[in-house]
Design a protein around this ligand. Sequence first.
Ligand code: AMP
Length: 282
Amino acid sequence: MIIATKISEVRAQVAAWKKEGLTVGLVPTMGYLHEGHTSLVDRAGKDCDRVVASVFVNPTQFAPGEDLETYPRDFDHDCALLEAHGCHLVFHPEVEEMYSQDAATFVEILSEMPKQLCGKTRPTHFRGVCTVVSKLFNIVTPDKAFFGQKDAQQLAVIRRMAEDLSYPVEIVGCPIVREKDGLAKSSRNTYLSETERKAALVLSKAVFLGEELAGQGERDVKQILGAMRKLIEEEPLARIDYVSAVDGVTMMPVENMQGQILFAVAVYIGKTRLIDNFIWKG
Ligand code: AMP
């Protein structure tokens, strides 16, 4: 596996692969990798001849006061996992390589989409995500890029951006990978104390409950959200950010069970904000 820290190295390697007629898949990550991330690498390896993963804690998607400085990092472990899953190149740039000091250009979706759900508490988050993913698309020029359904709004935002900016990249969404007890895997789970880790199960329990109710034929969105909310509120360590149902493409709130609906939750467990979701298709 090649470890590249410079944009020019990535460009040269990808150019060589493309000259051989090989296809390239990109898996963008912030590192501290787990089976959620490696499931994307596995899928990329099935779909593409060469797999590039990026490990970059992107400062522009963090607001002041968020966890940029404390975000967990373990690059050696990340490399071992990536190599074991057949990744061909890991791009691990310094912040200065990605953003020059006078960088002044952002990629921002101007509809209501990035202001919904996580955008309410993190108003500049998706601008940072779109900017860095756009840069990664320009650097790696992948045929396909792989994102987790765990970050459902991010996936919807990236799909919008890729279409609006005519990126010749197929966006592939991959299923949520969970711990045995149901908790969605996340690099941020490492922040949880033992008691918080137990309390965090309310997210997946609420998601499974909502999914079960919808599966049993409940067609009242408010009833489903109410049941999910109630379950979370019973956990003293949990503080709800949102429990919402939105259109699966536009991310706008819905009241009726029609089309593709994203049921999404964001909950603080202590100081740690966790997310989870399920999709219902009519
Ligand atoms: P992150 O490193 O948190 O920015 O995540 C990088 C990519 O991995 C994103 O596309 C995430 O949606 C995806 N991802 C993170 N956790 C999971 C998970 N539990 N299951 C599936 N994909 C995940």
